[in-house]
Design a binder for this molecule. Structure first.
Ligand SMILES: [Zn+2]
Length: 159
């Protein structure tokens, strides 16, 4: 299994890095871990400001989890928790849905919806609108993208 890891290119300085050629026997995840360590070392040494920002983001993420273990009626503390959650959420969104994307989607389904409306097909309209909203939810929340079972991670196709 002398397969080469695909290179990774630093988006800050354009330097290209290559992972180890061989997986360590009996430890299939070690090659990837070694490569991630190499990439982390590069950020630590070559891009100290970015490393600091990453550490601050990690602390913010940890803080969100700690705060989520508590319930409070204090509106300011609740607001701080929600800001922390929102901040992490904004950084991990899989995609941004623009107004134009929504307009394009509406333009695509409008003819069928008009037909269903002209036929007074309430069940068809409801099914179409439900499917449209479910599709948008799934693109944003990715509820079934991965099935995590132990060390196996499989990507599901998301429609
Ligand atoms: Zn770099």
């Amino acid at each position: 299994m002398p397969e080469l890891a695909l290179p990774a290119k630093c988006s800050i300085c354009n330097q290209t890095f290559y992972g180890p050629r061989l997986a360590l026997v009996g430890r299939p995840g070690n090659r990837q871990a070694a490569f991630l360590e190499k990439l982390a070392q590069h950020i630590q040494t070559a891009h100290k400001e970015v490393a600091t920002a990453i550490a601050m983001g990690a602390a913010e993420y940890q803080g969100m989890f700690i705060m989520s273990q508590f319930a409070t009626d204090d509106p300011e503390l609740s607001r701080q928790l929600d800001i922390a959650r929102w901040n992490v959420h904004q950084k991990t969104l899989p995609m941004r849905i623009t107004d134009q994307m929504i307009a394009d989607c509406v333009a695509q389904v409008l003819p069928e919806l008009k037909t269903l409306a002209s036929m007074a097909d309430d069940a068809g309209l409801a099914a179409n609108l439900t499917s449209l909203l479910q599709s948008m939810r799934n693109r944003m929340q990715e509820p079934d993208k991965y099935i995590l079972t132990g060390e196996v991670q499989e990507a599901r196709s998301v429609s």
